[in-house]
Write a protein that binds this ligand. Sequence first.
Ligand SMILES: Cc1ncc(C[n+]2csc(CCOP(=O)(O)OP(=O)(O)O)c2C)c(N)n1
Ligand SMILES: [Mg+2]
Length: 344
Amino acid sequence: MNADVVTAEPVDHQTQLEMWRRMLRIRRFDEEATRLLRLGELPGVLHLTTGQEAAVVGACMALSADDYVIGTHRNHGHPIGLGADMKPLLAEVLGKATGVCKGKAGELHLIAPDVGAIFSSAILGSGVPMAVGTALTSRTKRTGQVTLVMFGDGASNEGAVHESMNLASIWKLPIIFLCENNGYAVTVPATYAVSVADIADRAAGYAMPGEIVDGSDPFAVHSAVAAAAARARRQAGPSLIEVKTYRTVDHAENLPNQPYREETEVEGWRKRDPITRMRERLVDSGVAGVDELDRLVDEVEREIAEVVAFARESPYPEPEELWTDMYADERLNHAPRTSERSHA
Ligand SMILES: Cc1ncc(C[n+]2csc(CCOP(=O)(O)OP(=O)(O)O)c2C)c(N)n1
Ligand SMILES: [Mg+2]
């Protein structure tokens, strides 16, 4: 993984600043969620995006407004990278009724359909066949929409991922398969668990282009995803992009974490933090002055304070809500009847 390679990309100044803003939002969202978890206000665990923000934002901002994005279990960054309102996202993480899934799904299932983030799931690789479904729909209806589906290096070994790539290839579906390779699946190194050094090489098996991109460079990711989206839109078929990235935090907060990587390795990546690097780059290239960037940080702080207040003040769902939203057919949504209970 070479985090020192930086590519030039003609993204306009305003877009560059917006990229940085969204990276900051993701970082601060995760920090606040972690703080609330430690205060005991959040049930369960948290899978943070910390260290991977440049990869996520670069990819999300390369799409058109009506494209689809399917995320993973490490999903806080995907809707935020697409520009979603953070209030119902944090409310969902806290299990509140104002959350994107009415507080019933939690942090593993953040979505924001209004900006294209239509699905995410805790089941590794499960979003990838769904991407075949959304892309087939877009193709059949000739809408021109592209589906961007994310999966990790661990998920890249799931059978469903390979079946999906094969189908997408033979049907030339408008999909971008984006592997967020952060080097580990929980504690298992990709160098041990993945059959190839570069997951992008697997694209050859499905007759699609495969590209490796430096995930600490948002412009490089943006450029690769934009090119793959253009290819998908001209009906030339799917692409596989492997983004080399790194999470500088543990697999999940509030899970027992055993040592599995050298502290020096983590420290090395922390020193190349994507948010700090991009700040330096914005200043060095004259895109923004230090004062302007400080103002932007203050804006994100104010925004985050409102998001936290909203999520904390929101009510929990009523107990009867357990029996709603299970089936699309409303008639099937009801509490178990006495006769059904007696068979349980
Ligand atoms: C089908 C399935 N198998 C196992 C798990 C347990 N599990 C949750 S996260 C994870 C590691 C995922 O690694 P990767 O795909 O590289 O994503 P990352 O966590 O690194 O972002 C595992 C094994 C799961 N959720 N789903
Ligand atoms: Mg991983």
